[in-house]
Design a protein around this ligand. Sequence first.
Ligand SMILES: [Zn+2]
Length: 166
Amino acid sequence: MEDYFARSEQLDTRLHFANSAEENNRCVTGLLLQRLPNHPGASEAECEAAQDAWETLTALSATVTNSELGKLDVQTLLHRLFHEYPCVLQPPKSLAYQCTCNSDRTDSTLMMLGKDDLGALLIEQGEITVDCEFCGHRYSYDASAVARLMGQIDEIAGATNDNPLH
Ligand SMILES: [Zn+2]
């Protein structure tokens, strides 16, 4: 996950997790520390100070124990780890898991390759698969699905050629 944030969001991120295997309280608690980009107008000194603070905060967060993370309430945990820094506790938000990937989007991505590359990929691999790196869903395209995409590419090209402005 740290790698995902570094590559996709380009944000330095540290994560710590604690799990409780107690019979009546099976849960995972996480602490996510993320460094937001420097203010566009920040001076070199301000950027260096922010980097120093980030290094100190990540070192402090790395001292958290499984028991602290699993058992302490948020306010107590923040105070214990980061009491030398001003902390603001935001009201909790409920989360829901969802991914924005869908087959239309995958179709468009593949169609951008063009008919020649799609045909070559199909011959090389037998079917074309696209894996969503976020949720892990696999979109598979067999020969008939690739033919459908090629038909759509032709339709778009035809529509463009019929346009009197072109
Ligand atoms: Zn997805």
